[in-house]
Design a protein around this ligand. Structure first.
Ligand SMILES: [Zn+2]
Length: 234
C-alpha cells in the first residue's frame, strides 16, 4: 500500500467518525423537535377542554338567570291577583314585560353558547384525532432514533480502533500534514485530480501538479486549497 492509499483509508475512517459524531448531536435535536410538536398537540387539546369548561359554566349561569327570572314572573302574577287598582295592575304588567324581554335576551345568549359548545366538540374531535394519529408514528420514530443513538457509540469506538491500527503505518510527515488539512477543511484532506482540476476546490491545476500527482509518490498539495492531490485509480 502506498502512503496515499493508506491516507485514503484513514480519511474514510475519519469521515465516518465525523458523521457519526454529528449524528449524536442531530438525533437528540430531532427528538426534541418531535417532543415539541407533540406538546403542541397536547396544549391544543387542553386549551379546547378549558374552553369547554368555561362554556359549560357560562351556560349554567345563563340557565340559572332564566329560571330565577321566570320565578320572579310567577311571584308578580301572584301579586297581581291581590291588587285593587288598574294602575297598580298595569305597573306589574309592565314589570313582567321587562323581565320577559330580559329572558329573551338571555335565551339568545344561551343559543350562542350552545353553538359555541357544538363548535368546540368538533374542534376537540379533530385535535384528538390529529394527536392520536401522530402519536403512533412518533412512538416508532422515537424508538428507532433511540436504537440508532445506542448503536452509534459502539460504531464510533469500532471505527476509532480501526483508525488507530492504520496510524503507525503512515509516514509521520504526511500524517501531520493530512491531519492539519482534515481539521481545517471540515470535509476532506485528500483531493482527487478530476479532469485536470482539484476535486476539492475545483480549480484548474498546473500540468506539473497533475503529472506529479499521477506518479503518486510525492506529496502534492493543491496550490489553491492545499489539499493533498491524488489520481484516482480507475
Ligand atoms: Zn484545491
Amino acid at each position: 500500500m502506498t502512503t496515499i492509499e493508506k491516507l485514503l483509508v484513514l480519511q474514510d475512517r475519519d469521515r465516518k467518525i465525523r458523521s457519526l459524531t454529528q449524528e449524536t448531536v442531530d438525533i437528540p435535536a430531532r427528538k426534541k423537535l418531535i417532543d415539541d410538536r407533540m406538546r403542541g398537540h397536547r396544549d391544543a387539546v387542553a386549551k379546547i377542554h378549558d374552553d369547554m369548561k368555561r362554556n359549560m359554566a357560562d351556560t349554567n349561569e345563563v340557565e340559572l338567570e332564566i329560571t330565577s327570572r321566570r320565578q320572579k314572573i310567577l311571584k308578580l302574577r301572584d301579586q297581581q291577583g291581590q291588587i285593587k287598582t288598574n294602575q297598580e295592575y298595569r305597573a306589574i304588567e309592565n314589570e313582567i314585560a321587562t323581565i320577559q324581554q330580559q329572558i329573551r335576551e338571555t335565551e339568545d345568549r344561551e343559543i350562542v353558547l350552545m353553538e359555541a359548545a357544538e363548535a368546540l366538540r368538533t374542534q376537540l374531535a379533530l385535535a384528538e384525532q390529529t394527536q392520536k394519529r401522530e402519536q403512533s408514528s412518533v412512538e416508532s420514530d422515537m424508538q428507532s432514533l433511540d436504537a440508532r443513538l445506542a448503536n452509534i457509540e459502539a460504531e464510533i469506538s469500532q471505527v476509532k480502533a480501526e483508525r488507530e491500527k492504520i496510524l503507525p503505518d503512515i509516514d509521520a510527515g504526511w500524517l501531520a500534514r493530512y491531519q492539519r488539512i482534515f481539521e481545517n477543511k471540515g470535509d476532506f484532506a485528500m483531493a482527487p485530480v478530476e479532469g485536470g482540476s482539484c476535486g476539492g476546490c475545483h480549480m484548474r491545476l498546473p500540468p506539473q501538479q497533475v503529472h506529479l500527482a499521477r506518479r503518486g509518490t510525492d506529496m502534492v498539495p493543491c496550490s489553491f486549497c492545499g489539499r493533498l492531490l491524488y489520481t484516482p485509480a480507475f
